[in-house]
Write a protein that binds this ligand. Sequence first.
Ligand code: ADP
Ligand code: MG
Length: 331
Amino acid sequence: DAAINRIAAGEVVERPASAVKELVENAIDAGGRRIEIAYADGGKTLIRITDDGCGITEAQLPLALSRHATSKIDGSDLLDIHTFGFRGEALPSLGAVGRLSITSRVGRAAAASIAVEGGQMGPVKPAALSGGTIVELRDLFYATPARLKFMRSDRAEAQAITDVVKRLAMAEPFIGFTLRDVTGGGEGRVTFRAEAESGDLFDALHGRLARILGKEFAENALKIDAEREGLRLIGYAALPTYSRGSSVAQYLFVNGRPVKDKLLVGALRGAYFDYLSRDRHPAAALFIDCDPHLVDVNVHPAKSEVRFRDPGLARGLIVSSLRHALAEAGH
Ligand code: ADP
Ligand code: MG
């Protein structure tokens, strides 16, 4: 019910950027090839995600807003998680703390929409849409004044949204992303755009990293491609001579999910130990992919921490393959 949703929302949605993360992950899960994200006033008054993915049928619309309704898992194997979403919590949570509306269309069926406000679901209505899904979240936390107080300036929240979108875009180089600030209405202003990359995975990733981290990173990046006992590691790691001063450019992903994990950050640092002085941070974008049974992504609702079944294996893979690449490059 509404109260439970509001409590769950506190865990899933901390700020506009966490709402953006959930909604963009849904768009990715839906197979979207072009995803547009618009926000106003740092996402506080409006967040709108438009995708060209599979859509939601009219009959499924109310279900998508129901607690623990997810189309992504059948409940038989909680560890077998291949998509981002697996809790069915995001949409009901967002509907409990903001004014949420979903408009969607599947194939040639008619488009439909549904709205939920303060946890109260409205009727499914006919709508106009050529395909895919538009999710709109207005007035986040309007019903929870305590949370409103904790939001930072529009500028800071917009920055957090941009970071989230860039991280997700990094892991999905074949998907096109557009981020727009529509404060004040109208078309707004494009603040980030990455066209869908082409070529093989490494070409695409390299192109996307150049777009997000800059040409200089891409030109100074070593290709990483290694595997050990079912753990695959790919990505790019910067030469020790590439310096971003004191700023940290470390992007780590497990099964496509952006993570901030102590073990992985420690491994990255360990790999560069002989090459970088203590006050400098290695720059890298690394992707670990493995069978979902080898890693637990269910540690925290915000889903940014992971637990490997064999932490030593993950650490060893990173340290040895990065050191190997650095040595090959003459370091
Ligand atoms: P989860 O992602 O954990 O399944 P959510 O609450 O985020 O839970 O979404 C509930 C369901 O709504 C999803 O399982 C999916 O079936 C549907 N859904 C949500 N967003 C989209 C989208 N953009 N396109 C298609 N289906 C969607
Ligand atoms: Mg989801």
